[in-house]
Design a protein around this ligand. Structure first.
Ligand code: DC
Length: 226
């Protein structure tokens, strides 16, 4: 008898289809889901609400350690609550994403959120979506997937996604912001956005979500034969 709880780590930049794939996998497998980007976004939102500067590592780490967060994935639309308040839409804005990327570069913040993220690993299994799931947070993950895609295609996908959510966004501005965030996330000294050595890298530029689902499902069948 083993108490090993399996993890599928899915990392990569935004616009690669990561979120959709992770939600699909968690629903299909009936496993838990960790949207780690939402944690960084929630911290950015809480910092804004409480007047904490985005470079004040100590205050941010303190805030991170005391975040009161809950996720509700039961309906058609995912709900994220901060101190009991539904902030699902607020955390999806580009300004929140940019603030999240800035504070995510601070080692103190990452350390403060580490055990919080690891506590999502609960039976029967976890699908973890992020930038450092396979490298730092769950280095012993059973399956590590790293999704990439051409930057212009990712910007187009994000643009479509944000428009569908009712946000007024401009594709050119979005491309610049995404490029800046990618550079910051990839070049930071701690937990940079890089594939784990043992990650399976999938370029989704010319693939539909269905194609990616099929590829990933094949990897899961190989890793977890029934
Ligand atoms: O996945 P996302 O777009 O919601 O993430 C927002 C920002 O949070 C991203 O630009 C970098 C940061 N982040 C991170 O540093 N590590 C993670 N595991 C997830 C997100």
């Amino acid at each position: 008898m083993t108490d090993h709880v399996p993890v599928i780590a899915v990392d990569g930049p935004s616009g690669t289809g990561k979120g959709t794939i992770c939600r699909y996998l968690a629903n299909t497998l009936k496993w838990h889901l960790l949207d780690s980007g939402a944690l960084y976004r929630l911290l950015a939102l809480a910092a804004g609400q409480q007047g904490v500067e985005l470079d004040d590592a100590e205050a941010l780490a303190e805030l991170a350690a005391n975040l009161e967060i809950s996720f509700d994935y039961s309906g058609d639309i995912d709900r994220v609550l901060l101190a009991g308040q539904d902030v699902s839409d607020e955390i999806r804005t580009e300004s929140c994403a940019n603030a999240a990327s800035r504070l995510a570069a601070l080692p103190e913040v990452r350390q403060a959120l580490l055990s919080f993220q690891q506590r999502f690993r609960q039976s029967p299994g976890l699908v973890a979506d992020g930038r450092d799931m396979g490298t730092i947070v769950f280095p012993d993950a059973d399956l590590k997937i790293f999704l990439t895609a051409d930057a212009a295609e990712r910007a187009r996908r994000r643009h479509k996604q944000l428009k569908e959510k009712g946000f007024d966004v401009n594709l050119a501005d979005l491309s610049v912001e995404i490029t800046e965030r990618d550079a910051r996330d990839s070049q930071r000294a701690v937990s940079p956005l890089i594939p784990a050595n043992d990650a399976r890298v999938i370029d989704t530029t010319d693939l539909s979500i269905q194609d990616v689902v099929e590829l990933v499902s094949g990897l899961i069948r190989d890793q977890f034969p029934v």
